[in-house]
Design a protein around this ligand. Structure first.
Ligand SMILES: Cc1cc2nc3c(=O)[nH]c(=O)nc-3n(C[C@H](O)[C@H](O)[C@H](O)COP(=O)(O)O)c2cc1C
Length: 241
């Protein structure tokens, strides 16, 4: 399929074919492809929970407010944000970047580049991702406002805004997954109509993770897509400057 065909095939499916099962290995492969999505600072603070167990699917349908898409799907993938994993991921990315510099950078640039990476992942990332009941975020906002008087600075530094940063990256992963599924001829529907507490209970997730989206998966049933696609005209979105 061309990219346009993949995009045209992907529709939000509200009713799946009860007779047609998916190959869970192919769904897993689509999750692997989704790992190729970009994430902020390459921090990859997300996880995917691939549900094929019928009992857990039933619990999840209730957690998803008994929406038709959730009640009829064959499998689900729940995308979760894991800001709490920042330390481990920053260390892993730093090690990978240093190995890359050692392998590929010119000799005279290595030390400088490694120093920059250490500053970024060992000093800036802890400052950016650490949380403390909103207090560290407030401190970061104050610092960025003061520094911002003298030079351009990133200003989205509060703990709530960092939550948005993590969800933004996760949403790119989700879209990559849905497009990979579409390429397989599989159907999906992204859901944010769910009770996050029930989702965490059903999947035994830690309370401080974030539920980004629940993606239902299957083959669409006849009438499983609600009508023609509606989009506002491009001029509503497009601004050339
Ligand atoms: C973040 C997000 C949350 C959504 N939540 C729901 C939902 O809870 N239930 C539902 O039926 N559709 C949900 N949708 C699907 C949208 O309604 C759908 O994508 C939109 O109407 C456009 O239709 P299309 O995807 O077929 O182009 C959601 C979509 C997104 C991106």
């Amino acid at each position: 399929m061309s990219l346009e065909e993949i995009l045209q095939h992907r529709r939000a499916v509200r009713k799946y074919d009860a007779e047609k099962a998916l190959d869970p290995e192919k769904v897993k492969e689509c999750i692997r492809l989704a790992t190729l999505a970009p994430t902020s600072s390459n921090m990859q603070l997300w996880e995917a929970y691939h549900i094929t167990d019928p009992e857990v699917l039933k619990k999840m349908a209730v957690a998803c407010l008994n929406q038709g898409s959730a009640k009829t799907c064959k499998e689900m993938v729940v995308f979760v944000t894991r800001q709490d994993q920042w330390k481990r991921h920053a260390q892993a990315v730093l090690e990978a970047n240093i190995a890359e510099i050692n392998a590929n950078s010119p000799k005279d640039r290595k030390a400088h580049r490694i120093e920059l990476q250490k500053k970024y992942y060992a000093q800036l990332m802890p400052l950016t991702y650490k949380r403390c009941f909103g207090l560290l975020g407030l401190l970061r906002v104050i610092i960025s406002q003061v520094v911002g008087l003298f030079r351009p600075v990133p200003r989205q530094e509060s703990e709530a805004q960092m939550n948005t940063v993590v969800h933004k990256s996760c949403a790119l992963v989700v879209q990559t997954f849905m497009l990979a599924m579409s390429e397989q001829g599989y159907d999906t529907c992204p859901l944010e109509g769910f009770d996050s507490l029930l989702v965490k209970r059903a999947l035994h997730l830690p309370h401080d993770c974030g539920i980004n989206m629940v993606i239902t998966c299957g083959y669409r049933a006849p009438g499983g897509v609600r009508g023609e696609r509606f989009r506002l005209p491009l001029k509503e979105f497009y601004h050339r400057i």
